[in-house]
Design a protein. Sequence first.
Length: 467
Amino acid sequence: MKMWSGRFRQPLNPEFENWQRSFEFDCRLLECELEASAAHARALEKTGVLSADELAKVLDGLEQIGERVADSAELLNDPEAEDIHHFVEKQLVGLIGDVGYKLHSGRSRNEQIATDLRLYTRAACDEIGAALNNLAETLLDRAEQAGNAVIPAYTHMQRAEPVLVAHWLLAYVEMLLRDIERLEDCRKRLNVCPLGSGAVTGSTLPLDRELMSSELGFEGPTANSIDATSDRDFALEFVNALSLLALHLSRWAEEMLLFSTQEYGFIHLPEAYSTGSSAMPQKMNGDLLELVRGKAARVIGDATSLLISLKGLPLAYNKDLQETQEPLFHATETVVSLLPLVTGWMQSVHFNFERMQNAAQTGYMNAFAAATYLVRKGVSFRIAHGQIGKAVRLALDKQCELQGLRLDDLHAIDNHFADDFYDFVKLEKVLAIHEVPGGTAPARVQQAIITARKKLSSACEEAHAHA
Ligand code: ARG
């Protein structure tokens, strides 16, 4: 039986009927729907609409639906079910008889879908938060293992200054820490319960909203029934957080791809996460990285879909809101599936430290440090910059590095140059002078790893508090 056909004289156009259904995708919400329905049933019993006996039947029926679907997903093959709410009602009535129809007393699908989607998004925040934690831990492990290995840091894609490999990896950890925080923040705001909001104006039965809310682990009931049934900010916030995360991973993927080219040669792609070419036998391609970059585009598209779906909607529920489900599911499933793969890739990638070190020692990457040398001798920075620029020019002509210039050549440029210059521009010294919090001096980087680990474990604790 349909949930709404009483006032209709004509049957629906069959194509339209099928076209407007959402069950094919909202069947993902089954668990949330069963949980929320059980909370509603308990509240109904307190109002007297269900007797204790009827409540027991309803709860048992709901549980059975979950078990039966777990046993055979075939059950979900129901071309009549309009959506997850209709499906559960049909199943329930099939299992416990007409008393099943009582469950819909005092509620509306509008509040149900809002509740289900909040439960779904909350679980997704937790799952993705945990996966992000694993990835960040892996990056920290790799950073630690890299010790004092160096790599060029780039600006404008030109070699800039040497940094510790660990410092470079820590940059990605920072992004992920922000992503974790964003999900936590989003979770806080979404964790309120629409049950009891009715179709738009609030339930017609005196349901205990506090009780339903706490049974479902929400912080409290939503404050306004119109907003509660029409709000999808939480989905948008969440998918936006995911698109920012996907953007971070996409930048990471792009950089790894670049560094894996023969031109850079800084990393060897892990075979377990790469593929070959059907035409060129020598090839190994970084497909994981390319797909991460490609999938990021679609997650960003999901966030855009949500924004545009919502921007023109008057209050309160409109069927357009059904279209907010798929971008939410797609973004979630995409990120859930790619994070463990990115972690696996990161665990198995091989760094070519030798090649990185060679690159970090050529191309005048100690020029900034050389200017600092003159500054420490009392020369103003602008002048020092000019003098080192001249030294670089000369070295270019002589096809050597700055430390390859003779002292009398340097003297001719600036008389502050002395013997200690050659020591000052050595790689270790160049790293060590970046002795500020957040800088690449090895002692600072070691500290940064410890700080990042602490941040991660406190994020982990917060996550456990939810579990
Ligand atoms: N399948 C619908 C959705 O996802 C459920 C709410 C239907 N409400 C209604 N008034 N037709 O939005």
